[in-house]
Design a protein around this ligand. Structure first.
Ligand code: ZN
Length: 277
């Protein structure tokens, strides 16, 4: 991905598309912003979400909207308060707009399984490749979620990294909208690696590496575990079954299956994979 830079509270780079959002003009108070809030748009595509959020008569906005190819629309300068958090509360603070930069990622949000497809609230249907079955941090049962793209995650990581390192801001936390408005909001949801962002960008073990979804140090705990071409019991086996104790790296999770890498790569039922002792 091309380099991004920060110039006068704006992002600069080949993938940045500046958009004017004149309704937001209040500057942050000194020492702010110190938080980044991650959102999904629950929209059809990045451009339509950006066009919507910049409208004069819409009482919502965000600093950035990151598209699925890693393109970045900037609506509001980083030293200016945007309207993304709404009624919100976390760690003794309320109304997070005044403390935070809001980053929206183009993502449909929660999906409903309809036959073999996955439907967003606005009617658009997605295929199984773009859907993840997972339990939201504020809920107890798994539901379907639209996945994010690696390009989007990497663009978001680069932006967060720039903002954290910039002396112009004092960013010390990254939160999801779902954490500051639980019950009211579910974004960015379980498909976004929020905990990984925090651990990789904010703490002592911070790194400039891309954030992978891979998990290492896992082993097979079944006697013999079939490894398949696709995440389905009907899918073709790609090799002899994996034996107990075989070490694997988990590359991806989908529908109760892991795509794992050992000497070969394939899908296994995730219930038979555990962390190496
Ligand atoms: Zn949100």
């Amino acid at each position: 991905m091309n380099e991004l830079a920060l110039v006068n509270h704006k992002l600069a780079g080949d993938r940045v598309i500046p958009m004017n959002c004149p309704k937001n003009f209040d500057k942050f108070t000194p020492g702010m912003p110190d938080t980044i809030i991650i959102h999904y748009t629950a929209g059809r595509d990045a451009l339509s979400s950006a066009e919507y959020l910049r409208k004069d008569d819409i009482k919502a906005s965000a600093h950035l909207i990151i598209g699925r190819n890693g393109e970045i629309y900037q609506l509001v300068d980083f030293n200016t308060v945007a309207w993304h958090a709404g009624e919100s509360q976390y760690a003794g603070r309320t109304f997070f707009n005044r403390y935070s930069i809001g980053i929206e990622l183009d993502n449909a949000g929660r999906l409903e399984k309809v036959g073999t497809e996955f439907q967003a609230w606005f009617g658009k249907k997605y295929q199984q490749n773009d859907a993840l079955l997972a339990v939201h941090r504020n809920e107890s049962h798994p539901t379907w979620w639209h996945t994010y793209t690696p390009e989007q995650i990497e663009a978001c990581r680069q932006v967060c990294d720039l903002l954290i390192k910039s002396p112009a801001y004092s960013i010390s936390s990254i939160l999801g909208h779902e954490e500051i408005a639980p019950g009211r909001k579910t974004d960015p949801g379980p498909a976004f690696p929020l905990d990984k962002f925090r651990s990789m960008l904010l703490f002592q073990n911070r790194t400039d590496e891309p954030i992978q979804l891979a998990m290492e140090g896992k082993v097979v705990n079944a006697d013999l575990l079939n490894i398949r071409q696709d995440p389905s019991i009907e899918a073709k086996k790609v090799a002899q079954p994996l034996k107990t104790g075989t070490e694997v790296t988990v590359l991806e999770e989908k529908n109760g299956w892991y795509r794992v890498e050992t000497k070969i790569t394939g899908w296994v039922s995730k219930g038979y994979i555990e962390t190496k002792q």
